[in-house]
Design a protein around this ligand. Structure first.
Ligand SMILES: [Cu+2]
Length: 136
């Protein structure tokens, strides 16, 4: 092993130590409807995450469900940034319909503004199926 390689390796290690990257977390949110019990809900309904984290919305019962973020209530300037990060969206801020068993995976953009992001399920909007993401 040459001295120059060792210098390079040490430099790489020092650089890595100087700029630690925060671990990315995954948050699973279950979408559940049980008409017999009159229950329509996101579990958990309150989610706290950081930019770079992954949200997995999973329809586990009583689908189809969806996830629609509400422009009113989110930080100013957040709509375009969030919209661009939503895969397979069916509106500016809406997921596709999620049949029971399906999941929708969203990676929060690094430049997503901190704040609150309320959302609801379109098929069960009349049943007040809603939740809120807090980005901090
Ligand atoms: Cu629903």
């Amino acid at each position: 092993m040459t001295r120059s390689f060792l210098s390079f390796a040490v430099a790489v290690l020092l650089t890595a130590a100087a700029a630690p990257v925060a671990a990315q977390a995954t948050h699973e949110i279950r979408l559940e409807a049980d008409p017999a019990a009159d229950q329509y809900r996101f579990v958990p309904a309150q989610v706290t995450a950081r930019p770079g984290d992954v949200l997995v919305f999973r329809a586990v019962k009583g689908g189809p469900h969806s996830v629609v973020f509400e422009e009113q209530g989110m930080p100013a300037g957040a709509k375009q940034i969030l919209s661009a990060a939503l895969p397979d969206r069916t509106s500016d801020l809406g997921s596709p319909l999620l049949n029971t068993g399906a999941a929708w995976r969203v990676t929060l953009p690094a430049n997503l503004p901190r704040g609150r992001y309320p959302f609801y399920c379109l098929p069960h909007r009349a049943y007040d199926m809603r939740g809120e993401l807090t980005v901090k």
